[in-house]
Write a protein that binds this ligand. Structure first.
Ligand SMILES: [Zn+2]
Ligand SMILES: [Zn+2]
Length: 233
């Protein structure tokens, strides 16, 4: 079975992450994963990209962590795909499908109402999974749900409490939304990791979306016993 991470961050592009794309790729390889989707914080969220830069430069920065992970992945044999984590006032949406070229042509995404953003992503064949929908934190003013605009729900997030994950699963079940699971790993030293497990060999983001939609996968949640090595070993 092939293991895939659906949710991780890099220090090149996410202001709250400490692990570079290179470190993340080595870390997941050391944990036996077949591939990862790098989902750095979008340009409306906790990004390293300064707001005053031109759009092209900001998009370059958003993709720089993925590009570093991909260079390493190509060397060591880890599939590295890209998405991003878009925010609506602290409510986060993993976005899979649109690529860098698409984003360069759509600077208006920054101004769109969330419903219009979701529609535009879907028009491109993209997939939206609501990340940790019941997360409670000081900076989140309310729990916002968009059940008719999301394809999936992150029902396991390795950094969230069981209660929050259980609520996410109830939400997904109530609306018939697709399950995703992810580690939300920012530091490459996390013992508890999750993701999806599939017999399919996912080669690109379309293949990843196809697997989610086909149901030919299961989600997993595990604690790795050996001490974290930051992927350097
Ligand atoms: Zn973060
Ligand atoms: Zn995240």
């Amino acid at each position: 079975m092939n293991l895939y991470e659906t949710h991780c961050h890099t220090s090149e592009s996410s202001a709250c992450a400490s692990a570079s794309g290179d470190t993340q790729a080595r870390f997941y390889k050391s944990r036996g994963y077949h591939g990862i989707v790098v989902t750095d914080h979008f340009l409306n969220a906790n990004t390293t990209a300064p707001w005053e830069l031109p759009w092209e430069k900001r998009v370059d920065i958003l993709f720089s962590g993925f590009e570093s992970a991909k260079r390493t992945g190509d060397e060591i044999g880890l599939t590295v795909l890209v998405g991003w984590e878009y925010t609506v006032g602290g409510t986060d949406f993993l976005t899979y499908g649109p690529d860098k070229q698409w984003l360069l042509k759509h600077p208006e995404v920054m101004e769109l109402h969330p419903n219009d953003y979701f529609d535009l992503v879907h028009k491109e064949g993209g997939f939206i999974s609501h990340a940790h929908p019941f997360r409670e934190d000081w900076y989140i003013d309310m729990i916002r749900l968009f059940p008719r605009k999301c394809d999936g729900v992150e029902v396991i997030n390795s950094n969230r409490k069981d209660f929050e994950n259980d609520m996410a699963k109830k939400y997904a079940d109530s609306y018939g939304l697709i399950y995703t699971a992810g580690s939300d790993n920012h530091h490459a030293n996390q013992a508890r990791l999750s993701g999806i497990r599939t017999e399919e060999d996912i080669r690109d983001i379309r293949g990843f979306i196809d697997v989610l939609k086909s149901g030919k996968y299961s989600i997993f949640d595990r604690v790795y016993e050996e001490a974290p090595d930051n992927g350097k070993a």
